[in-house]
Design a protein around this ligand. Structure first.
Ligand code: SAH
Ligand code: SF4
Length: 404
């Protein structure tokens, strides 16, 4: 990867959203999602003396990420005057919750509204999904509204990019889930029995086209004195932005998932058009060189099962051959059809045959059982909500077995 490649990718990605606008469209800048140095800079700009910056940033950090505070009032380690001053200057409130749904199986879904750039026009919406399982709970979060890429099996791909999420909006999705799950230590929960144990960046958007904000958000999320989720429990899924993969490993260091979906360039060009730019060979080379990859830190390869397109036993054999030498897990995803989608999901028997084959070749290949179907169905009844439905629908069937 060259610096030029990275610069080029940066240009291709959407224009960076302004640094943390107030989540509720207010005039005050938000402190949520700022890294510690950024937080100290913001406090310096507010006028706090240099020698207080580290301590004050620590106190505010604790209030936001350990206590879940949404205003400065409760930060009683700060003087009353300072709390009032901060309240006037900054915002630490939550994103707006449009709807919250709970499935009979415990899956939860939030439709969240981001601040609007245009006064009077409602802001764009994103989805966040929480899936509880035995001994773990995974939160699927979005990185963009829409997507610049146009994968032909993905509904988000039919929607133009609206904008990148700020780091605060990425982190804000986790804060909202923690509120709803009463997971703040003040709520009496011990750190050992946490409900959100894993984060996957598998919602809307291509996270590597919003690199800086995703990186900053994950730095905040993994900070040991805050939300404290280890990078080993955070998985970033990419459609294959090759020049950014090594940088992601070096600068973010989380687990990697690759949306592979096909074993030859001809098919992958059709499914994931980005493949024309970064073909399979280059993508797999980037995976081999992913910093930190090992048998203990395997890369997850996502493979959507499309009837008659990529689901033959020849495809399965080729998949095993291609991944030889890469510490890998394979996540088979039953295709989720959407109105007008040009594909069908493979037959269940074929998915099982495919899965058995790669299992016998030594790969863990979980097929995701859909979760939260009841709330998906309810959501799907609203036609205009279809695009918003995609992120959770996809996620429920695709979540990578990061901790398998
Ligand atoms: N943009 C990133 C992450 C978000 S998509 C990426 O492409 O990797 C998360 C996963 O859902 C990806 O593997 C994506 O290919 C898959 N996906 C998209 N549409 C789908 C559909 N209709 N059915 C099943 N999986 C789908
Ligand atoms: Fe974008 Fe991922 Fe959908 Fe492709 S699969 S269009 S990269 S969100």
């Amino acid at each position: 990867m060259t610096t030029l490649d990275i610069a080029h990718e940066k240009q291709r990605s959407a224009p960076k959203a302004a640094l943390a606008p107030a989540p509720q469209g207010g005039l005050r800048p938000s402190l949520v999602g700022l890294t510690r140095p950024q937080l100290m800079d913001a406090l310096a700009g507010f006028g706090l003396p240099e020698k207080q910056l580290r301590m004050r940033a620590g106190q505010i950090w604790n209030g936001i990420y350990n206590r879940g505070l949404t205003n400065f009032e409760g930060m009683t380690t700060l003087s009353k005057d300072l709390r009032q001053g901060l309240e006037q200057a900054f915002d630490i409130s939550r994103l707006e919750i449009v709807t919250e749904q709970k499935s009979v199986d415990g899956t939860r879904k939030w439709l969240l509204r981001l601040p609007s750039a245009v006064p009077g026009v409602p802001g764009p919406e994103i989805e966040t999904v929480y899936i509880p399982e035995e001994g773990r709970g995974t939160l699927c979060i979005s990185s963009q509204v829409g997507c610049t890429l146009t994968c032909t099996f993905c509904h988000t791909g039919t929607q133009k990019l609206v904008r990148n999420l700020t780091a605060g909006e990425i982190v804000g999705q986790i804060l909202i889930a923690r509120d709803a799950l009463c997971e703040w230590p003040d709520g009496g929960r011990n750190s050992e029995d946490r409900l959100i144990t894993n984060i996957v960046m598998m919602g809307m958007g291509e996270p590597l086209y919003n690199f800086e904000n995703v990186r900053d958000a994950l730095e905040v999320v993994s900070d040991g004195e805050g939300l404290s989720l280890s990078k080993r429990r955070i998985t970033l899924s990419t459609s294959g932005v090759v020049p950014m993969i090594e940088k992601a490993g070096a600068d973010i260091g989380c687990m990697l998932a690759i949306s592979l979906h096909a074993v030859n360039d001809e098919t992958r060009n059709k499914l994931v058009p980005l493949n024309k730019k970064y073909p399979i060979r280059e993508l797999l080379d980037a995976c081999r060189n992913y910093p930190g990859v090992s048998n203990a830190r395997r890369i997850t390869f996502e493979y959507v099962m499309l009837k008659g397109v990529n689901d033959s036993m020849e495809d399965a054999k080729e998949l095993v051959r291609l991944l030889k030498g890469i510490p890998a897990k394979i996540n088979l995803i039953p295709f989720n059809p959407w109105p007008g989608s040009p594909y069908e999901c493979s037959d269940w028997a074929q998915i099982e045959k495919f899965s058995d084959f790669i299992n016998r070749a030594g790969y863990a290949s979980p097929v995701r059982t859909p979760r939260g179907r009841d709330i998906m169905a309810a959501c799907g009844q609203l036609k205009s909500e279809t695009v918003k439905k995609r992120a959770s629908e996809r996620f429920q069937e695709t979540r990578a077995e990061a901790e398998a």
